[in-house]
Design a protein around this ligand. Structure first.
Ligand code: PLP
Length: 364
């Protein structure tokens, strides 16, 4: 089968680029002695988790128990649920998985730790815990300093729990200009202070977990960190390029669409809208764009309805015809993948692999 045989819309993955992205991150992590637990929320496909493990990942990260259940098929030595998991039903499922692999959970409350402890004891397993602190995103995580110490001290004493260390997510860093680099330096300084503070209280974290795709190449400058959890890097997207963490040539995934209408002048309508791309806007620019039109940089993907994508083609100097195939690099590939049943891995024009997105919709 070739790419021309694929019906649209379809997410197409350039295998050469994806493999280069995977190798690059693994080599980087190995060179700087950083554990790598890639976040699989980007691809949600066990076969790709396996590839990450084969290239040296210590384990895999997920957000939800449903994703953890799916990723067991990749046979990871460890799964980190990098999300505050609240509720007996979810924790029971994670405790069951702990019979098959090591399960750790990133938490930011004593209440959650008590729930984990109860679930672990009921199932007769030990669950790892990372205590999450807020490094500047202000999403989850306790304040570094006394609050973090207090929580770590309390968590470390609970039965059924193995306190492994601390975690944070530098999702507030969305540029690599002077402002972004200053934020990376600040995160590094905060981390160093936080870890040495814990150590001075006799609390030695085995794992200090952070990292993201935007900041990946600077991870080694956060010297107190020993684990990274990048996710998007496997495919990259328009946001990654805008942030400056990769080039267009590093974008492995694009969405193949078909022009279905040119009836209204100055525009081409493609057969994918918000149900194909997601409505995520760019994180690094106020420009209204839902993706980069490959080969036509002056086409503007400025509007979407559920099944319609609006391309303003005024400045392209190109005439689009019904049935034309148009490839688009989405703003945020992780959310787009979750909308699709399968991904198509291509080398050149040949479709080499078809993966079911086993983790799509696993929100619980
Ligand atoms: C807790 C956590 N860790 C890691 C990641 C991976 O980040 P990125 O996709 O920027 O590589 C995310 C992304 O949302 C996250 O929320």
């Amino acid at each position: 089968m070739t790419i021309h045989d694929l019906d649209t819309p379809a997410i197409v993955v350039d295998l050469d680029i994806m493999e280069r992205n995977l190798r690059q991150m693994s080599d980087y992590a190995a060179a700087h002695r950083l554990r790598l637990r890639p976040h699989t929320k980007t691809h949600k496909i066990p076969a790709l988790g396996r590839r990450q493990i084969a290239l040296g990942a210590a384990g895999l990260s997920v957000a939800k128990p449903g994703e953890a259940e799916v990723m067991m098929a990749a046979e990871p030595a460890e799964i980190l649920v990098a999300y505050p998991t609240i509720g007996a039903r979810k924790l029971e499922r994670l405790a069951k998985l702990a019979h098959g692999t090591r399960i750790s959970i990133a938490i930011d409350s004593l209440e959650c730790a008590h729930q984990i402890s109860a679930a672990a004891q009921a199932e007769g397993v030990t669950l790892g815990v990372l205590v999450e602190f807020d490094a500047g995103l202000h999403r989850v995580g306790v304040r570094p300093g006394a609050e973090l110490q207090g929580l770590v001290q309390a968590v470390a004493q609970l039965p059924g729990i193995d306190w492994e260390g601390i975690s944070f997510y530098p999702g507030h860093i969305k540029s690599l200009d002077e402002t972004g680099l200053a934020a990376i330096r600040a995160a590094g300084a905060l981390l160093e202070e936080t870890v040495s503070d814990l150590k001075s209280h006799g609390l030695i974290p085995r794992i200090v977990s952070g990292g993201s795709t935007p900041t990946w190449a600077h991870s080694h400058t956060l010297t107190a960190m020993n684990e990274i959890r990048p996710g998007t890097y496997i495919f990259n997207d328009k946001n990654s390029v805008g942030i400056g963490s990769c080039a267009w040539s590093d974008c492995a995934a694009s969405i193949l669409t078909t022009v279905v209408s040119t009836a209204v002048s100055s525009q081409a309508i493609i057969d994918g809208g918000s149900k194909t791309f997601s409505s995520d806007r760019l994180v690094w620019s106020s420009e209204v764009s839902f993706g980069e039109v490959v080969g036509y940089p002056t086409a503007v993907f400025h509007k979407m309805m559920e099944e319609h994508g609006f391309l303003d083609i005024t400045r392209t100097g190109h005439t689009f015809h019904l049935g034309d195939r148009v490839r688009i690099i989405p703003n945020h590939i992780c959310v787009a993948v979750n909308l699709h049943e399968r991904l198509y891995g291509v080398r050149g024009e040949q479709v080499e692999e078809i993966w079911e997105v086993a983790g799509r919709g696993k929100l619980q």
